[in-house]
Design a binder for this molecule. Structure first.
Ligand SMILES: Nc1ncnc2c1ncn2[C@@H]1O[C@H](COP(=O)(O)OP(=O)(O)OP(=O)(O)O)[C@@H](O)[C@H]1O
Ligand SMILES: [Mg+2]
Length: 459
């Protein structure tokens, strides 16, 4: 019996694993991976490492973070440590800021850091973890759980990859792919194949078609938008083109923060005799939940304190200090995401976050959300047009427009697709598992049928 190969969708927000078992009807089976949600075949791509080295994944990572960190007052202390300066002079004594009662470290959207060469890794208490180490911890634990569920050792994986990890940057793409490969090997996989995520979704969809049809797959997830034009159905499995950009649901959450919530943290305040604005670089740091903690150092907090004394908008400064010191960045972004997801169903939502000095009540009508993501809709349209052009196909020739990925549920993007291709051509495939099932099919041999004709094909 050939070894089983895993179809592994390592997503920015969610991961899923599937296999095609020998002797069955050839349909992929999804694995249950998160003991904190026993019925679910999806696991949030999250990792929490406690001070003592204990690791939590998925929902358990959220539980640990909320239990141990949210609202915790950060206690900064300067400690003396040595730092390597160079190989000739050896080490020097430096003083650094340390959060002395930090219980653990939380990692989200690890996949988005793979293409970032300025991010090598991080210290988790006394130990350095490279980005590859962090990803390998997640992949390795997923492999272990899959092996336990299937009752056998698994050394082969077909893993999804975005069409492009970075925009117009082949070096960053190569870096991400290399890091992913290193992490997969460290996790114990010996035989590895990469398949672009939208192609995997297309393979899954192909099984529903009895004759060749022209399909455009629009896979809009948490970190990237990935598109492919394929001719599939019957025995045909042909990729005509692929295209992708690093635009995902996380970008939209950041856009909401940018456009609607910075005012709660001093965007409009004036301070000092000259009526100076809030430094732009501080506001930029608030755009990502994971950069907010960078403001948490003694000098910055002292600056914010003095700013608070020199402005009439003290409430905003107190809110900003609470955001930074109380570790509220991540839970605030969770609330933004909740409201954004709500807007896919209802016309009106509001973002509510009350903690310490933070008091946010921000109504967000769908209309306002659509206005603030207008630029993203145009980027998505350009991406689709690029895929059509590379395939040499007109929008009108597409038989089915398949959307998948969590963000493809957003009504504004559905409208874009309906306007471009006709509402009657829109098909939807389970937003969260179609890539994993397609990867399992590919791992079981479908990949061999892929013929590539188009440009912009990832290496
Ligand atoms: N109903 C919804 N409406 C709008 N957005 C949603 C909805 N459900 C999920 N999302 C968003 O979808 C994203 C997650 O989707 P998904 O799980 O497909 O991404 P992923 O596969 O982890 O990421 P990627 O493929 O980009 O690496 C998140 O940004 C989430 O906020
Ligand atoms: Mg995905």
């Amino acid at each position: 019996m050939p070894d089983l190969a895993l179809g592994f969708d390592f997503g920015t927000s969610n991961s899923a694993l599937a296999v095609v078992e020998p002797g069955g009807d050839g349909s992929p089976r999804l694995l249950a991976l998160d003991p904190a949600r026993p019925g679910s075949t999806l696991i949030p791509t999250l990792l929490y490492i406690e001070r003592d080295g204990t690791r939590h994944l998925g929902y358990a990572a959220i539980d640990a973070f909320v239990r141990l960190e949210t609202g915790r007052t950060i206690l900064r202390r300067q400690v003396a440590t040595t730092r390597e300066i160079d190989t000739v002079f050896g080490r020097e004594l430096v003083r650094i800021d340390v959060d002395v009662n930090q219980p653990g470290r939380f990692f989200q959207a690890l996949k988005s850091f793979l293409a970032d060469d300025s991010y090598q890794g991080t210290n988790v208490f006394e130990r350095f973890y490279s980005i590859e180490d962090l990803v390998a911890i997640f992949l390795g634990e997923m492999r272990r759980r899959a092996q336990e569920e299937l009752g056998q050792s698994i050394d082969r994986a077909t893993i999804g990859r975005p069409v492009h990890w970075a925009e117009n940057d082949p070096a960053a793409d190569a870096l991400a792919r290399g890091r992913m490969e290193t992490a997969l090997r460290a996790a114990g996989f010996e035989e590895i194949a990469f398949v672009a995520e939208p192609i995997a979704a297309g393979l899954h969809f192909a099984r529903t078609l009895d004759r060749p049809r022209l399909v455009l797959v629009f896979d809009f997830g948490g970190g990237t938008l990935d598109v492919t034009v394929m001719r599939v159905g019957g025995d045909r499995r042909e990729v005509l083109s692929t295209a992708g950009i690093p635009l995902g649901g996380n970008t939209l959450d950041e856009d909401i923060m940018d456009a609607r919530l910075l005012k709660y943290f001093g965007e409009d305040l004036r301070w000092g005799e000259q009526g100076l604005p809030m430094p732009r670089q501080i506001l930029d740091t608030l755009r990502h939940w994971y950069t907010i903690p960078l403001l948490n150092d003694t000098r910055m907090l002292a600056f914010l304190d003095s700013l608070g004394r020199e402005t009439r908008q003290q409430r905003q400064v107190r809110a900003l200090i609470a955001l930074v010191r109380g570790n509220h960045g991540w839970p605030l972004f969770q609330e933004i995401e909740r409201a954004k997801i709500g807007l896919s169903k209802v016309e009106q939502e509001s973002i509510n976050y009350f903690a310490e000095a933070i008091a946010i009540h921000e109504p967000l009508p769908r209309r306002a959300f659509e206005a603030l993501i207008g630029r993203r809709v145009r980027q998505a349209e350009r991406c689709i047009d690029g895929a059509l052009a590379a395939a040499g196909v007109e929008a009108g020739e597409i038989d089915f427009m398949l959307r998948t990925g969590g963000s493809s549920t957003i009504p504004r993007f559905q409208r874009l697709l309906a306007e471009k291709f006709g509402a009657e051509k829109l098909r939807f495939q389970d937003a969260f598992i179609s890539v994993a099932t397609g990867l399992a099919l590919s791992a079981a041999g479908e990949r061999a049928d892929l013929l590539t004709a188009g440009a912009d094909r990832p290496a």
